[in-house]
Write a protein that binds this ligand. Sequence first.
Ligand code: SF4
Ligand code: SF4
Length: 184
Amino acid sequence: MIYGIGILRSMLVTLKHVFRKPITVEFPEKNRSVPIRARTNLLWFEERCTGCSTCAQACPDGCILVETSPREDGTLNIERYEIDFRICMYCGLCTEACPYQAIQSGGRYNDAVYTFEEMYRNKVSLAAESKQYLKETDGRYPNGQTQEEIEPDITTIPTARSRMKPAGQDGPIGPHHLPTKKNL
Ligand code: SF4
Ligand code: SF4
């Protein structure tokens, strides 16, 4: 029996790895590239949003706030759109519920902040982030499509709101039934 063969073997394994290219990166100085469709975060695209609040209703944590006001043409003006990332569990149910793909999974994964309050993101902050995202991806959304490729008959630039029927337009409920200043 030859003693020390096990030690030699393990040293050979170590030696083999010494000359290999490292597979780790020195985060946060270096960032590993992430596939475009990775579900890393939530991105809200203001230009696609109708203010229908379906996402807020689908969220089990109640962390999405949508506040709207009616326009003359029956569409909705989005006064507030906020996500409380302090309680978001990134389940993605809001993204699945949105009929207009205005909220999608994707974006930055390195969004650590110093204070808890910074995790409450308002409309301005969310819109700025998604604009930056589209700039970096040359207008391609996290789902891999461009604005023109996503149901072009329903939602089109410049605003989704200007091209689609608001919910309840022909029915008994909807923003068009809210009292306006004229008939108050
Ligand atoms: S990912 Fe889930 S918890 Fe977070 S906002 Fe969407 S539905 Fe709510
Ligand atoms: S479901 Fe989509 S379109 Fe409706 S308010 Fe939410 S993000 Fe906007």
